[in-house]
Design a protein around this ligand. Structure first.
Ligand code: SAH
Ligand code: SF4
Length: 365
């Protein structure tokens, strides 16, 4: 009989699982705390469980996270792990330390099928959805690898902004989100867990119903003609529908605004009139804007807007009363910045690199 990977079970699935072992529901909560709060990977360590239960668990279950193929730290402290998820696929997870908080950027798919023209993951194509165990495994591993000697947690925020479109993989993403916000799991506030989507409107409604967390929407253009080109999904779900979905989401969201992400592309979507068009577009959607300077990747001919252009664009939005931030580029030296994830994977899948041919662990960039 194959073993069940407990990293893939949220509290309700874990409760069903312990019932199959003739155990009471509170055992599920105990197990969850051992796994997600203490980072246990062996049942032997779970000293408050009866030996007989530990024996049953060892036979029927396991706790297995993806294997780290490469661990890279940038000069600014940003850390990126390349994780083997089998069959030639590897995904990336990025930790971004900041004053007073630490953000983990998690992947949800190996590749992405949405084909946004400015994105390295999109250029790579799609391999498969990650499982809940592979998604939670990224957080479980990072917690373990970043654990402070004081016992303090390094990760205060999780963003599903790594590789992939999270809302295309809701079946696996929702149990992972539930574990992130569950008091017996990672205990994160719903406001500190953010899903980023390119705009799958029906799935936004589903997320609202199943596990509302903070929402970021990748907007990138103020009108359908331009967005159709940059984000091909727009041809199916135009801006009108997307704005309506944002308003519906806000009825249950843990925050009272949507974050609109907007990648700044030189000469393409960064003119003053684009900013003015945006103001009209989002007039009835409470929101904040996060402008992301475009991060180049091999094979892309697009260019980043100049800092002056980005400042002028931000100023127009701000003067209209929209809180606007410019995302500071982090981890660029190790290709860990927004939209750069995949370079390593693309190479790896193409050349079918094996783990023993990858650079050594913890290569300081
Ligand atoms: N698929 C989801 C989440 C992953 S992408 C989404 O698209 O929202 C996370 C963010 O990085 C998105 O806002 C995305 O548009 C942005 N991004 C993608 N490629 C980029 C690049 N080359 N430079 C800067 N940001 C990029
Ligand atoms: Fe996929 Fe997001 Fe990249 Fe678009 S920006 S291709 S949705 S990962």
């Amino acid at each position: 009989m194959s073993r069940v990977n407990l990293l893939g079970l949220d509290l309700s699935a874990l409760t069903e699982f312990v019932a199959t072992l003739d155990e009471k529901p509170f055992r599920a909560r105990q197990l969850a705390r051992w796994i997600h709060q203490h980072g246990a990977s062996s049942f032997d360590a779970m000293t408050d469980l009866a030996k007989s239960l530990r024996g049953k668990l060892a036979q029927r279950a396991e706790i297995v996270a993806p294997v780290v193929l490469r661990d890279t730290i940038a000069p600014d402290g940003t850390r990126k792990w390349l994780l083997d998820v089998g069959a030639g696929d590897a995904v990336e997870t990025v930790f971004i330390p900041e004053q007073g908080r630490g953000t983990l950027c998690v992947s949800t798919q190996a590749g992405c099928a949405m084909g946004c023209v400015f994105c390295a993951t999109g250029a790579q194509g799609f391999s498969r959805n990650l499982t809940t165990a592979e998604i939670i495994g990224q957080l479980w591993l990072a917690e373990h690898l970043l654990r402070q000697p004081s016992g303090d947690r390094a990760i205060s925020n999780v963003v599903l902004m790594g590789m992939g479109e999270p809302l295309q993989n809701l079946d696996a993403v929702v149990p992972a989100l539930r574990l992130m916000v569950d008091d017996h799991g990672y205990g994160l506030s719903r406001r500190r867990v953010t899903v980023s989507t390119s705009g799958l409107v029906r799935q936004m409604d589903k997320l609202a119903a199943l596990c509302p967390v903070a929402l970021a929407v990748s907007l990138h253009a103020p009108n359908d003609a331009l967005r159709d080109q940059l984000v091909p999904l727009n041809r199916k779900h135009p801006l009108r529908d997307l704005m309506a979905a944002c308003r519906r989401y806000l009825r249950v969201a843990p925050r009272d605004f949507i974050t609109f992400e907007y990648v700044m592309l030189d000469g393409i979507n960064d003119r003053d009139e684009h900013a003015r068009e945006l103001i009209a577009l989002v007039a009835d959607v409470p929101c904040k804007f996060n402008l992301i300077p475009f991060n180049p990747f091999p094979g892309s001919t697009l260019r980043r807007s100049s800092p002056q252009r980005i400042r002028a664009f931000a100023q127009i939005l701000a003067e209209a009363g929209i809180v606007t931030t410019v995302r500071r580029t982090r981890g660029e030296e190790i290709d860990a910045a927004c939209g750069q994830l995949a370079g390593a994977v693309q190479d790896r899948t193409r050349r079918r690199l094996r783990a023993d041919r990858l650079p050594p662990l913890v290569a300081a960039a």
